[in-house]
Design a protein around this ligand. Structure first.
Ligand code: ATP
Ligand code: MG
Length: 362
């Protein structure tokens, strides 16, 4: 039997991308088909390297070839990815902008933003992180970069800022440009200009995801960021208590206002339960249970996962090595799962927004 390219495409057109609900061939995800006797190889181009369904899709492809053509074929599948985008993000080279927001302060936005960025990077994506919290920047401490100053140069009368690279991601913090010992009162327009510069005047290069850590509440910075750049989506961080939820609802309400209109990618519940290091299987729900899920249901967005309260998070944040990098079992897994869910949600939204036509650029 002479195996043909058409047969392969025909067989693989029976495999559905579970999130996008269309078959891999229609989505143009099957590429580089090579046939050599009964040896077959092809690439599956996923919409993100952080795809949680990678293994499932690969198995479905192998089964389809075996079932619809022949089990005798030696199949080699190259699972790869090209991160999708839906609109010009206003920042050259940047495919998706993810805002991390909350209503209440201190719920763990910065912790989530840093570990989400590193989680996406660990899964193979090109990632940047902007710390847009003028009043309490976190990136310099969390990444051990206190006192760091990004290089800046003048190019045709324009300032070009070089983000600092650490742990494989590109970073800029408003804190790199201020002196922590000399707090300067910022006026509204200055804040707006400074934040826009972090996006516009920096050499971000090619990024799949640019994560933005927003300050608490709903202020000038939120308005500037959301109105100046088409944000792909926002991740809402909350803690299980009712007060946090009430504030989170306000934060979500602002993002969903017609004039702002940022899609909500989902809700993350932080400090969900306490797990003592010496009893890793015990969970104590000290702040109540199910609050994050309730908020997600209320705003009609997916619940992206819960993060336990563990000492290693704050210790590693203070020590300048975010917890994803510690190889701490529970936290590593919690944040990688969340990174996958966020990437998955972006892929789904991007496919819908582009009407599935160019899910993978032809
Ligand atoms: N899951 C967790 N377990 C233990 N400590 C945590 C956890 N999440 C965050 N923390 C700690 O709680 C404090 C507040 O977290 P973080 O700075 O991330 O919150 P935030 O929402 O960004 O705060 P702000 O509103 O001030 O910007 C930090 O000291 C952090 O290390
Ligand atoms: Mg913060």
């Amino acid at each position: 039997m002479q195996l043909s390219q058409e047969q392969v495409l025909q067989a693989l057109s029976n495999v559905e991308e579970p999130d996008l609900k269309k078959d891999l061939v229609t989505l143009n995800m099957i590429q580089d088909i090579h046939i050599d006797g009964n040896k077959l190889s092809f690439s599956v181009i996923l919409t993100t390297p952080a795809c949680p369904l990678k293994g499932l899709i690969e198995n479905a492809c192998r089964n389809a070839i075996s079932h619809f053509i022949s089990p005798e074929i030696e199949v080699s599948v190259n699972m790869t990815s090209r991160v999708t985008t839906q609109k010009n993000t206003g920042v050259p080279g940047v495919k998706n902008i993810i805002a991390v927001a909350s209503g209440k302060g201190g719920v763990g936005k910065s912790t989530v933003a840093a570990n989400l960025a590193l989680g996406l990077s660990a899964l193979g994506a090109k990632v940047g992180l902007i710390d847009a919290d003028i009043y309490g920047p976190s990136v310099p401490i969390m990444f051990g970069l206190e006192g760091a100053r990004p290089r800046a140069s003048q190019e045709n009368g324009k300032t070009r800022i070089e983000p600092i690279e650490k742990y494989g991601i590109k970073l800029l913090s408003i804190g790199f440009f201020t002196d922590p010992n000399q707090p300067v009162p910022w006026r509204g327009p200055m804040v707006s200009t400074a934040v826009k510069q972090l996006f516009n005047d920096a050499d971000w290069g090619d990024l799949d995801y640019l994560v933005v850590d927003l300050p608490p509440g709903t202020g000038d910075i939120h308005i500037t960021v959301t109105q100046s750049f088409p944000i792909t989506g926002a991740v809402i961080v909350t803690t299980p208590q009712d007060v946090a939820l009430a504030d989170a609802k306000k934060g979500v309400g602002m993002l969903m206002m017609e004039s702002i209109n940022v899609p909500i990618l989902g809700v993350i519940e932080n400090m969900s339960y306490f797990t003592p290091a010496e009893l890793p299987d015990n969970k104590y729900y000290i702040f109540g249970q199910g609050g994050g899920l309730k908020l997600a249901n209320l705003v009609g967005a997916p619940f992206l996962g819960e993060i336990p309260l563990v000492k290693s998070i704050s210790e590693s944040g203070d020590a300048g090595t975010p917890v994803v990098l510690n190889g701490d079992g529970i936290m590593d897994v919690a944040f990688k799962n969340i990174a996958e869910r966020v990437a998955q949600q972006i892929s789904i939204n991007n496919a819908k927004a582009t009407n599935y036509a160019d899910v993978i650029n032809r």
